[in-house]
Design a protein. Structure first.
Lengths: 456, 257
């Protein structure tokens, strides 16, 4: 499995040991961000769409119980089995029990960050069920025994040379092959075989529609359709925040999702599922796993607007330069940094600080989540409720006191000023992280002193 | 009009020229006073997750500035902190929040300046500081499909001799981020280095900004790496003395050619 870093700075440091890789990663994601810009600037009403989407989400979240029950009722009427899971454990047990009931040994799964969040694969493996991730990027990270580093582009951290090596080892492609078309064809052939042999298909859900009881899954590879249409059992797993009230709302969300995620006008496949085919079974697992708790947090409720487009990752200057694996949570980047503290405040305490609060994430977000404001708010909670960075806590307390006392403050800054005029070896000591790769400003006559001389 | 001059603590300590330029600019519009017992806005505490530790600083800010018609400072970041968090951290200051302005906003929106008398014959790239750009909407953000006026561009264009340079990435963060710069030094420096490369490659001689903190971080890298570019605060450009003796008539002729 990929290395689990104890906090973001250590993951970021590791990633930055290879500056060329950082450049490459930054450019690859910036390319996607620019594609997104081009696509959105072609829609004059883009900001209006964002606003409507945000309002639909706000409305839905404040009536979530009603829409979930309506969805369940409609889905059941369509002949879909509906299950409720309060947490990851229940979700995994439900999926396992369905699979065991059908004696399933081979599962094809299409990209679902929810099953990643719940740790479904290792759970099923324990019961001798083989799960193959069929999204190309997901398959790459699965073969490499890693986790996705991005929610839309799970293998964005892998270079084509590394993919070539991996495929040579697992899929018998030619040694040293790096041609993406060649490698993709090999993967397709390998996956075709898995699709044909599968006893069940597991998919994620992008949007579940309350009024119709149907759901939509968006992919560019058609792997959802291959899996769900071939296998006798289809299990769709969704977080409870994925429900929207009406079919017509899809017109808003599908336009926003594809453009924000990859700069496409629409994903290649927007597959609508309404009921099982004759002789087949369809299941939906509705998963809470901390979502209703987040719904109860006024300051952070809006994070449940997320439609998992990944635009905040592509735009984040920190994510682009630290890689998805530097984050301690399944969902990396800015959105992961506001979702994760609610799950485990201590474990993920470094994530809300992995930001300059530049606000690009909030402006790029198609459903207007105030991401950087939430990062700021999580910081306050972390410093108050955990023992994160006690040195910072102490120094802020002292600095705050000094700033409340002008005389003391002026005295301290004078001392600091004198220190900075002192010997370089003292100033640029190893504890001075500013000075590792940067010069400090050179002290001079303060404005205070100049003003006193010239204006009093 | 009584204007209170708010000078962020680090500008007072390290960049007195920025404060002098701000004072000079504001004196055109009213009677400017610099209260000597001001300290800091408390933003470092707040962004570090210790906003309550910054309340004392806000009290001092309030005591110093409450009686002015306007409070103006050459830092979007510090002003934004006062505006966004002042009222909830120190409720008594709520009525004064709307009087606190960043220098660009004050000159552009309040004074509606059309004719700055300044000269700066150089190639200049404007570093759109995030708090100014996305926090205060001082300009068009590259993420949004809007038609916002880039106020700093408009003001800089009033300065004679300036050639505005556009970098490839219009508004990417420099990586300063307050305590982020020391808690995540690897990423912070890398972000700054990347911005500098973009500005240098675009042919700028100077990087200017409404926020000296971004420039302090960028200059730290410039000085260490001895890079061929300089930083200068926007106030210094807007207040730069007219040196050339070219008459208006000649200027018009040059422009026409």
């Amino acid at each position: 499995m990929s290395t689990q870093y104890k906090n973001h700075p250590s993951g970021a440091k590791a990633f930055n040991k290879n500056p060329e890789r950082v450049s490459w990663h930054d450019k690859a994601l910036w390319f996607v961000r620019e594609k997104r810009d081009k696509a959105t600037h072609g829609i004059p009403e883009w900001e209006e769409l964002r606003e409507i989407a945000s309002q639909i989400k706000a409305h839905t979240l404040s009536h979530l119980d009603k829409y979930l029950l309506q969805f369940e009722e409609q889905a059941k009427a369509n002949g879909i089995h509906v299950h409720w899971a309060k947490d990851a454990k229940e979700h995994n047990e439900i999926v396992l029990s369905i699979l065991q009931k059908h004696n399933v040994k081979n599962v094809v799964k299409s990209k679902s960050m929810l099953t990643e969040e719940c740790g479904l694969n290792p759970h099923l493996n324990k019961y001798d069920i083989d799960v193959v991730d069929t999204d190309l990027g997901e398959r790459i990270v699965q073969l490499a025994k890693e986790h996705p580093s991005h929610i839309v582009l799970p293998a964005i951290h892998k270079k084509k040379e590394e993919v070539g090596e991996l495929f040579h080892e697992h899929l018998n492609t030619e040694k040293g092959a790096t041609d993406p078309t060649y490698l993709t064809r090999a993967a397709r052939e390998h996956l075709r075989d898995k699709f044909l042999k599968a006893d069940a298909a597991i998919t994620g859900v992008n949007f579940a529609v309350a009024e119709s009881g149907g759901f939509v899954v968006c992919t560019n590879e058609g792997n959802v359709d291959m899996g769900a249409n071939l296998a006798p059992v289809h299990i769709a797993c969704m977080g409870i925040e994925k429900v929207i009230p009406k079919v017509e709302h899809l017109g808003i969300f599908l336009r926003l999702l594809a453009r924000s995620a990859t700069g496409q006008a629409i994903t290649t496949y927007s597959s609508h599922f309404h009921k099982p085919k004759d002789g087949k079974e369809m299941h939906i697992v509705l998963v809470d796993n901390g979502r209703s708790e987040q719904l109860g947090r006024d300051d952070f409720r809006k994070s449940l607007n997320c439609i998992r487009c990944g635009a905040c990752m592509n735009t984040c200057p920190i994510y682009r330069r630290s890689g998805g694996h530097s984050y301690t949570y399944t969902i990396p980047g800015p959105i992961g940094s506001i979702l994760s503290p609610g799950k485990d405040l201590k474990k993920h305490s470094s994530l809300p600080f992995a930001s300059t609060l530049c606000g690009s994430c909030s402006d790029v977000c198609p459903v207007k989540i105030d991401i950087h404001t939430q990062l700021y708010k999580w910081r306050q909670i972390i410093m108050e409720e955990t023992n994160y960075d006690p040195a910072k806590k102490m120094s802020m307390k002292m600095a705050g006191k000094a700033m409340g006392n002008p005389k003391l403050f002026k005295m301290i800054t004078k001392v600091g000023n004198t220190f900075l005029k002192g010997p370089r070896v003292l100033i640029y000591n190893p504890l001075n992280t500013w000075g590792l790769k940067r010069e400090l400003p050179v002290p001079t006559q303060t404005f205070d002193d100049w003003y006193k001389k010239n204006n009093s | 009009m009584e204007i209170g001059l708010f000078i962020p603590c680090y500008i007072n300590q390290f960049y007195p020229e920025v404060a002098k330029a701000t004072l000079k600019l504001l004196q055109k519009y009213g009677n400017v006073t610099y209260p000597l017992s001001q300290t800091c806005c408390g933003q470092p505490m707040a962004n570090s997750g210790c906003e309550k530790d910054g309340v004392e600083a806000l009290k001092v800010f309030y005591d110093n500035f409450k009686d002015f018609d306007y409070v103006v400072g050459p830092s979007a970041s510090c002003v934004l902190h006062v505006r966004e968090h002042g009222a909830h951290l120190y409720p008594i200051m709520e009525p004064m929040i709307d009087k606190v302005f960043d220098l660009t906003e004050f000159i552009y929106d309040v004074m509606k300046e059309k004719e700055l008398q300044a000269e700066f014959p150089h190639k200049v790239a404007i570093h759109k500081s995030c708090h100014g750009l996305r926090g205060m909407r001082l300009g068009q953000c590259s993420e949004r499909v809007t038609c916002d006026v880039s106020k700093q561009d408009v003001l800089v264009k009033q300065v004679s001799g300036v050639t505005l340079i556009q970098p490839k990435r219009a508004d990417e963060c420099c990586g300063f981020g307050g305590t982020f710069s020391v808690s995540e030094p690897d990423i912070s420096v890398r972000m700054g280095t990347d911005r500098l490369k973009d500005y240098i490659e675009s042919g700028a001689e100077y990087i200017t900004s409404g926020d000296m903190s971004c420039l302090m971080h960028l200059d730290g890298i410039i000085q260490r790496e001895k890079l061929p570019i300089k930083v200068i605060h926007l106030a210094e450009i807007l207040a730069a003395e007219v040196k050339s003796t070219t008459t208006d008539k000649e200027k018009a002729y040059v422009n026409a050619v």
